[in-house]
Design a protein around this ligand. Structure first.
Ligand code: NAG
Ligand code: NAG
Ligand code: NAG
Length: 442
């Protein structure tokens, strides 16, 4: 792997070296003492943990199964120990967006765009190319969230000149850890091993299978990305508007951003029950009905857009999300999280798709160096005139699709998500920024 990007990123973190070992030891003792004193002040000055939580964290909800007892919280967060690369990634995530010189002012009512990707550069090129033609994108911030670190993916993102762009890297992506959890560790049970008989580590899913790091990666990344975008980045932590989420195999039409602006503005009056807006029908094969009408239907996973109020509702269901034995984040949301809101969770969209899912390779085929799925992203997507300008009319009514096919209540998931370590990591992602906030506020 080229260390170019990392070196550049790290240059700003280099601290002047203290040569003298004795001075260094002395400073170490001093800072240790200071830290102890500070901790004491902190503990003494705090009457109760839950009060501290209310003051310093944003709506931290104790009913989500997260203890409201501070010492308990510190004990219960067990993020994997960093390695060299994961530590670098954490630091790179703090870097400011690129292109701030070209686009110094973001629009007040911007819709932030989050593009989450793994390692299919041939797809990412197409998506970025489509985004470059999206009208209005220059007023907002694009965040690219990487599931791990891939030089060929970085190159594409570094070439973006059409808006402010910030890269974040999931530091706990399994492929960042070559011989320990969340990657494969030597003592891991495989397939249907019996942990007692084989003296190995791991707990199976409901179908008796042990974890596969490649398979759990995607759900972990999605959850890490959601928590990071809403609660962990200084660029978005104060963002009160909507955020649009897209993936590396979504082609975005030029009118997507303008249409979305119209949809989010109309939503409160046209569809007060809608939690989100979508760029495309929930049936990914459909390009829309072409009617003179808005559509409300179950939330799809192409171009879904929602605000912080909805995120807080989702975050409160961290336990449901993290314990449901299905490795698909979207099925987990449909089967456990949305139904727990009570009532139907609708999303509003236009009658014609402003984004399409392309590509034949599943994500899991795209992973792994040897098993790379190659279709060269030859998806040919025609952009017609009607897809170039906003095409949603404020005077339209709303057609609601009720009782759409989906997973029935009682569906227990496709499995692949049974290891207790994955459950813990997932819960830790939901807590990490809330703890950090309190710790730094002390
Ligand atoms: C806080 O949580 C820890 C760990 O769960 C527990 O051992 C401790 O008794 C709790 N303290 C209080 C005051 O509830
Ligand atoms: C964005 O692009 C449009 C059209 O090219 C242009 O009129 C506008 O001034 C640009 N806005 C910013 C903030 O760069
Ligand atoms: C966020 O979206 C929800 C659902 O559409 C809406 O009820 C709520 O008022 C919105 N919150 C803000 C702050 O705009």
């Amino acid at each position: 792997m080229s260390r170019n990007y990392i070196d550049r990123a790290m240059a700003s973190y280099k601290k002047p070296r203290i040569r003298d070992g004795a001075v260094r030891r002395f400073l170490f003792v001093v800072s240790l003492t200071l830290a102890g004193v500070l901790l004491l002040f902190y503990l003494v000055g705090t009457n109760s943990g839950s009060e501290l939580l209310k003051e310093n964290s944003i709506e931290f909800d104790s009913s989500s199964g997260v203890s409201s007892n501070v010492s308990g919280l510190f004990e219960s967060i067990k993020l994997p120990k960093h390695n060299y690369l994961s530590k670098m990634l954490e630091k790179m995530n703090q870097l400011p967006p690129r292109n701030m010189d070209l686009y110094p002012n973001l629009a007040k009512d911007r819709i932030v765009i989050v593009l989450y990707v793994h390692n299919r550069p041939q797809y990412l090129k197409l998506v970025v190319d489509s985004l470059s033609r999206v009208s209005g994108i220059n007023e907002t911030l694009l965040i690219v969230s990487h599931d791990g670190y891939f030089e060929s993916m970085n190159k594409i993102v570094e070439g973006i000149k059409f808006c402010q762009v910030k890269q974040v890297f999931a530091p706990y992506s399994p492929h960042i850890f070559s011989n320990s959890f969340p990657g494969v560790s030597p003592n891991d049970c495989k397939e249907k091993d019996d942990p007692i008989e084989k003296n190995c580590e791991g707990s199976t899913d409901q179908y008796g299978n042990h974890r596969s790091p490649k398979i759990v990666s995607l759900k972990h990344h999605w959850w890490w990305m959601m928590n990071t975008v809403w609660d962990g980045l200084k660029e978005t932590i104060g963002h009160s508007g909507d955020v649009l989420f897209i993936e590396e195999d979504h082609f975005i039409f030029p009118n997507a951003y303008q249409n979305l602006k119209i949809l989010t503005e109309l939503k409160p009056t046209k569809c007060p029950d809608c939690y989100a807006a979508n760029l495309a029908p929930s049936n990914v094969k459909s390009r829309g009905e072409g009617w003179d009408s808005l559509i409300a239907e179950r939330m799809g996973n192409v171009g879904y857009t929602f605000n912080r109020t909805v995120w807080r509702k989702i975050h409160r269901k961290a336990k449901e999300f993290c314990f449901f034995d299905d490795y698909n984040w979207d099925i987990t949301m449909w089967v456990t999280v949305y139904p727990s809101f009570g009532g139907s969770v609708y999303s509003m969209r236009g009658p014609r798709a402003s984004a399409v899912h392309f590509g034949k390779c599943g994500l899991h085929q795209g992973q792994g160096e040897n098993a790379a799925c190659v279709d060269n992203g030859v998806a040919k997507i025609d952009t017609e005139e009607i897809d170039k300008v906003a095409n949603i009319k404020p005077e339209w009514g709303v057609h609601v699709f009720r009782n759409q096919d989906g997973y029935q209540a009682g569906f227990r998931g496709w499995g692949g998500w049974g290891d207790k370590r994955d459950h813990q990591l997932c819960l830790d992602f939901a807590k990490m920024y809330h703890l950090r906030r309190k710790a730094s506020a002390a």
